[in-house]
Design a protein around this ligand. Structure first.
Ligand SMILES: C[S@@+](CC[C@H](N)C(=O)[O-])C[C@H]1O[C@@H](n2cnc3c(N)ncnc32)[C@H](O)[C@@H]1O
Length: 221
């Protein structure tokens, strides 16, 4: 099967975006800024809707494209908060303008700073955490996420296939090793159930079960 054709097919099925969201996608294409794109954005929206998430903490938010999908879900779930966190002041400013134009200023809270530190400082108890920060920080972020996600909460992490580098034994760059380490840790932790959804660059979708006792054996008994 042709990987690029599969991705193009899945992306073409995402409902048409218009107005500000379409403009944000065009900006990503023009500038080359690595937004998650429509198929991943729509997937995040769908998971947030299906789980009824009303408090979302986003790590590595850029100019607000992924934030917009979560804000839409939270609004439709009855309202709540989406934390936009990025360490770049100018990106945070751009995000405020975009999310304001989309009508989400009442839902989104903005923090300029390092995302793992910001999560550590937060009160926690989040329904959903989305992680898209620098890949070398993925292992370090995991302990904080485990403490700040509520039991039964959802974790989504982008770039878990890392363009195929994760299963290329000759690739041992720090970013690749960090992604592999997060995978190893979460898939072997009895407190979590996880899978990787091969949309675009691979999304980790995981649920923090809360206690080892609540994880069923592999045969389901
Ligand atoms: C890959 S971009 C993704 C943007 C966003 N998730 C989207 O799809 O629209 C990641 C952004 O997070 C920022 N970033 C990376 N590591 C970070 C960290 N540890 N703390 C805060 N921001 C970070 C990057 O500078 C960049 O702006």
């Amino acid at each position: 099967m042709d990987w690029d054709a599969v991705q193009a097919y899945v992306e073409a099925l995402v409902p048409q975006r218009t107005g500000e969201l379409a403009a944000m996608e065009a900006e990503g294409r023009r500038s080359g800024f690595p937004i998650i794109g429509p198929a991943t954005g729509h997937f995040c929206y769908l998971i947030a809707r299906m789980t009824g998430a009303r408090s979302v903490f986003e790590m590595g938010s850029g100019y607000g494209y992924s934030t917009a999908w979560f804000a839409r879900a939270v609004r439709e779930n009855g309202g709540g908060v989406v934390h936009h966190v990025v360490w770049d002041e100018e990106l945070s400013r751009q995000a405020r303008a975009h999310l304001d134009a989309l009508g989400y200023s009442d839902i989104v809270q903005f923090t300029v700073g390092e995302a793992v530190e910001a999560l550590e400082k937060s009160e926690g108890g989040f329904d959903l955490i989305f992680n898209d920060i620098d890949k070398q920080a993925y292992p370090r972020s995991f302990d904080v996420i485990t403490r700040k996600l509520r039991p039964g909460g959802t974790l989504i992490v982008d770039n878990m296939l890392w363009h195929g580098a994760v299963y290329d034994d000759s690739d041992n760059t720090p970013a690749t090793q960090a992604i592999r380490e997060l995978s190893r840790r979460i898939f072997s932790d009895p407190e979590w159930q996880a899978t990787i959804v091969p949309i675009r660059d691979g999304l980790l979708l995981a649920s923090r079960l809360g206690s080892a006792a609540s994880k069923p054996a592999a045969d389901g008994v």
